[in-house]
Design a protein around this ligand. Structure first.
Ligand code: CP
Length: 341
């Protein structure tokens, strides 16, 4: 092994520059190399001590959050991250009623205008085709855009904070991790699919378990295949089959459902989720068998019936830890995209 001759102390500015994200959009995680994601995670580690205080890296910058769908975590944690770095925030949570989009202004025109007020924009939108055609038409005539969730397919900052959580809490390299993505509806699991793309890019092995009629969208499968990801897919397993998969994994990720309460497909999800649910006792039995605790991740919000909430205050719980790691990760992301002096 060669000894390193690079003995410079880690520096936030150099680390952010190494991400190569300055001025870029954040749409899919496979757009970034393993080295770029590793640099982003190093920047997030450097920023962790400031996630409950202040570090004025982005003083004078403005973040615009434009959310066409409801959100608690994604919008508030981007806003908190910007405020922690001395920047400012303009929030629009209901553009179809409050903004000129209520007067039929197109998404293209809205973003082109807002880009002249803000340095970076986080957009959540349910219509993937409309977003992608708008982004293509905007080209360079917009500020950098971060997806806060597009359609049912991509939610890259959720995926990033989830990979960062795995990197911080599991005592082995990402390239040695075995990660399960478990839901009856892999077709509408944008957080799980973004986590899969990010974790696979870092070399983790991905194990999907879902139902045969609601598989991973082709656009995501094609991306995994193109990057040479190591992944396997299982369909229609019963609860015992899913527990068997868990016996050989480091993490179980539950992406929940991005369907709204009133969506008719939600009932189907609720019926089938029983095969993916588990109790605290199941996890304790698995630990006795394997000698190690599996980490349980969920992008939240969760439904009562998805898993036993007695897990909340145990060693298996990572879903509230993910929230804590979302702030330094999103601080690093905003600083990498905006650039710092
Ligand atoms: N995980 C997530 O996207 O949560 P919100 O819908 O609250 O943003």
């Amino acid at each position: 092994m060669a000894l390193s001759t690079d003995l410079k102390p880690m520096n936030i500015k150099d680390t952010l520059e190494a991400t190569g994200m300055k001025g870029k959009n954040m749409i899919f995680l496979d757009d970034w190399s393993r080295d770029q994601l590793a640099a982003l995670f190093r920047a997030a580690e450097l920023l962790e001590p400031f996630s409950r205080t202040q570090l004025d890296l982005l003083k004078g910058k403005i973040l615009y959050t434009l959310f066409f769908q409801p959100s608690t975590r994604t919008r508030c944690s981007h806003e908190a991250a910007m405020l922690r770095m001395g920047g400012r925030v303009i929030t629009e949570t209901d553009p179809l009623h409050n903004s000129a989009m209520a007067k039929n202004e197109s998404l293209h025109d809205g973003i082109r205008v807002l880009s002249q007020y803000a340095d970076v924009l986080v957009l959540r939108h349910g219509d993937l085709d409309e977003v992608f055609s708008t982004l293509e038409r905007l080209g360079d005539h917009a500020c950098p855009i971060i997806s806060g969730g597009f359609g049912h397919v991509t939610h890259p900052t959720q995926g990033l904070l989830d990979v960062y959580t795995a990197y911080r809490v599991i005592d082995k390299p990402l390239s040695e991790m075995r990660i399960i993505i478990s839901t009856p509806d892999l077709s509408r699991a944008r957080s799980g699919q973004s986590f899969a793309l990010g974790a696979a890019r870092m070399g983790a092995h991905i194990i999907y378990t879902g139902t045969s009629e609601l598989k991973t969208p082709d656009v995501v499968r094609d991306k995994l295949t193109a990057m040479g990801a190591s992944f396997e897919e299982h369909f229609d397993l019963d609860k015992a089959g899913n527990l068997d998969l868990m016996a050989n994994a480091d993490l179980l990720y539950l992406p929940g459902s991005s369907l709204k309460k009133e969506d008719p497909n939600r009932e189907d999800f609720m019926k089938k989720v029983a095969n993916h649910a588990f109790t605290l006792e199941d996890l304790q039995n698995l630990k006795k068998k394997t000698g190690r605790a599996i980490g349980i991740m969920h992008s939240l919000p969760r439904n009562d019936f998805e898993f036993d909430q007695a897990i909340d205050n145990t060693e298996f719980q990572l879903y509230f830890k993910q929230i804590g790691y979302s702030i330094p990760l999103r601080m690093a992301l905003l600083a990498a995209i905006c650039g710092v002096n």
